[in-house]
Write a protein that binds this ligand. Structure first.
Ligand code: CTP
Length: 219
């Protein structure tokens, strides 16, 4: 059961799941994100009495009780929904796996690439907006938490991502977290803090993330 948020409750905006970028009406580029982490965070935030807006890409999950859900498809849809919800928000948690690229054109009819008899085809891609970096630019005192999925030298890359995107925290995980029940993550703060959460369920990780306070100001 989630308590009804009181009028002074924090407004927490959470993104979850993949985005889809259509090539034509029936084909798209996307990724393996299940959305489970973001939905677990939404559940944990509602359970502690936050007012929660969950902005979800295409996923097959039930909306947690007490959560307002906004469904989106593409990265640009998600950006618009986040900007709208963040206006009166206190916290943004970007757990969505946002596609970095989209086809330069969405064809109105099916892409009939075999028609010209060639054995190869290419798709021109253009860069999607970075939702986290865009919103963090004007965040003021509000808390912004990003995720980083890294392979190899994850800590160094995640620290660089935190700086580049202007987030307060980045939650580093590796590809084993995709579609799995348990994950090991490291929460990296703007203040240089690092907190490792080892092989825990997504609900347990979510419970830690919704209690994060603003990191100490950097020197
Ligand atoms: N993110 C975003 N908008 C994008 C891409 C990513 O807001 N267009 C957010 C994700 O929700 C996540 C964080 O940025 O919180 C890191 O995403 P990730 O895909 O790991 O990083 P990228 O910026 O895409 O960097 P790269 O793929 O080069 O590692």
């Amino acid at each position: 059961m989630s308590p009804a948020p009181d009028p002074g409750a924090r407004h927490v905006v959470i993104t979850a799941g993949p985005t889809r970028e259509h090539v034509d009406p029936v084909r798209f580029l996307s990724n393996e994100s299940s959305g489970r982490m973001g939905f677990a965070i939404a559940r944990a935030a509602a359970a502690r009495g936050d007012r929660v807006t969950l902005i979800a890409g295409p996923v097959n999950l039930e909306t947690p009780p007490g959560v307002t859900r906004v469904d989106v498809v593409s990265a640009r849809d998600m950006l618009a929904a986040v900007q709208e919800a963040f206006r009166d928000a206190d916290v943004l948690i970007m757990s969505a796996a946002v596609g970095d690229w989209r086809p330069a054109r969405k064809l109105a009819g099916k892409w009939r690439k075999k028609d010209d008899g060639s054995d190869s085809a290419s798709l021109e891609l253009v860069r999607n907006p970075d939702i986290l970096a865009t919103v963090a630019r004007d965040k003021g005192e509000r808390l912004v938490i990003g995720f980083a999925l890294e392979t190899g030298d994850g800590l160094r890359r995640a620290r660089a991502k935190l700086k580049r995107k202007g987030a307060d925290y980045v939650v580093l995980n590796d590809a084993s977290a995709l579609n799995s029940e348990r994950a090991t993550v490291t929460v990296i703060g703007r203040d240089g803090s690092e907190r490792r959460i080892d092989a825990r369920s997504k609900d347990e990780i979510a419970a830690v993330l919704v209690e994060l306070d603003a990191p100490a100001p950097s020197q």
